[in-house]
Design a protein around this ligand. Structure first.
Ligand code: ADP
Length: 352
């Protein structure tokens, strides 16, 4: 079965095209700057038309959808009801879900009758128990507004968890893992018997580890302090926390770990501090999740930093397992979110 995986952003479409019987990647590509001044592609539908022309015969389509809230615990075949629900989830991901939906609607119009699946970034983490996903806020904010921890990067955590189980020669339902996705965005999950029981990203992808440009955990009172004392608007605070913080904010150099490492090697103090904080925060989370799990078969590292920066992996694990009865293996597994989406789409469509 030939499965097309689509990842629609607000001004871009990335795709990968597979033959799933052998999990063979046939082609991949991206269209960027959609709708921007001077761009020949004015909307998503036009972009998808070009992609469909380029790839040839498609038998099923898998879409990455960022937010599935509590409505989607698993990948789902798309119908009118699912489209409605994804639209409702847009209030929780106002930039991403509408873009994802654009892709779904365009494919629906262009390829009538082709099965489409939605694979959600939040779905894998829907196994979290209330003790992990309820914040210490008045309970009405959860009940009325659905303010809770959702967690993100689910497709990546799930992919590496499956691959780790294969390497450990165990069934996924028998493994306890700590999975660390360290890209520009960073998150970590405690996976018990194949299902997450905690994860570091929260209501939004801002919580948790230090990231490229995101702060990760901070005292929430800093936000009201910035608004009151520095007279910053909510939008300005949002921008600072999401785009000007993390590795970039501390180092003052870049969000890119390669550039920061280079500067640190040349003796730049703030670059060294940014790396130290990154590793320290990661180490604290790994230790906390070891406590939550009791025992772990492996700690798995993935994405740009996880796959390519062994000194960060070493730093985060250094001395951590010394006193443990069962020492977890340390694994580096390249993530492949698109292949995971293709696998899940294939599985759903094959069943019909
Ligand atoms: P994204 O989350 O945008 O997909 P990536 O998974 O590519 O990002 O991760 C980006 C981070 O990984 C950056 O900090 C970058 O420095 C680091 N990184 C990516 N590729 C490499 C590489 N080949 N060598 C060293 N560091 C890398």
């Amino acid at each position: 079965m030939r499965v097309l995986v689509i990842n629609c952003g607000s001004s871009s479409i990335k795709y990968k095209f597979y033959e799933m019987a052998r999990e063979k990647l046939i082609s991949k590509g991206a269209i960027e700057r959609i709708g921007e001044k001077g761009s020949p592609v004015t909307n998503h539908r036009q972009g998808l038309k070009l992609i469909l022309k380029a790839v040839g015969r498609v038998e099923a389509i898998g879409h990455r959808v960022v937010h599935g809230a509590e409505d989607f615990r698993e990948p789902t075949l798309i119908n009118e009801k699912v489209i409605r629900k994804i639209r409702e989830c847009s209030r929780l991901a106002p930039i991403h879900n509408p873009a994802n939906l654009e892709g779904i609607l365009a494919c629906k119009a262009l390829l009538k009758g082709i099965k489409q699946a939605a694979v959600f970034d939040t779905a894998f983490h829907q196994s979290l128990p209330p003790r992990a996903f309820i914040y210490g806020l008045p309970y009405r904010f959860y009940r009325q507004d659905k303010i809770r921890k959702y967690g993100f990067h689910g497709t990546s955590h799930e992919y590496v968890a499956y691959e780790a189980a294969k390497l450990l020669r165990k069934n996924i339902s028998q493994v306890n893992l700590i999975t660390c996705h360290l890209g520009n965005g960073c998150s970590i999950a405690a996976v018990k018997n194949g299902h997450p029981i905690d994860t570091s990203m929260g209501f939004t992808p801002l919580e948790g580890l230090l990231m490229g440009t995101r702060s990760g955990d901070i005292d929430p009172a800093i936000i009201t302090y910035l608004v009151r004392k520095k007279k910053l608007s909510p939008e300005a605070v949002d921008e600072i926390l999401n785009k000007e913080s993390g590795l970039k904010g501390i180092s003052g150099i870049s969000n890119d770990m390669r550039k920061i490492t280079l500067a640190a090697k040349k003796g730049n103090g703030r670059a060294k501090l940014a790396i130290e904080i990154f590793i320290y925060r990661l180490k604290k989370y790994i230790w906390a999740y070891l406590g939550v799990l009791g025992e772990a078969d492996a700690v798995v590292f993935t994405a740009g930093i996880g796959e390519h920066r062994p000194e960060i992996v070493r730093g985060a694990c250094l001395g951590l397992f010394n006193n443990l009865r069962v020492k977890p293996k340390v694994m580096v597994i390249p993530t492949d979110e698109e292949l995971m989406i293709a696998r899940q789409t294939y599985k759903l469509v094959k069943k019909i």
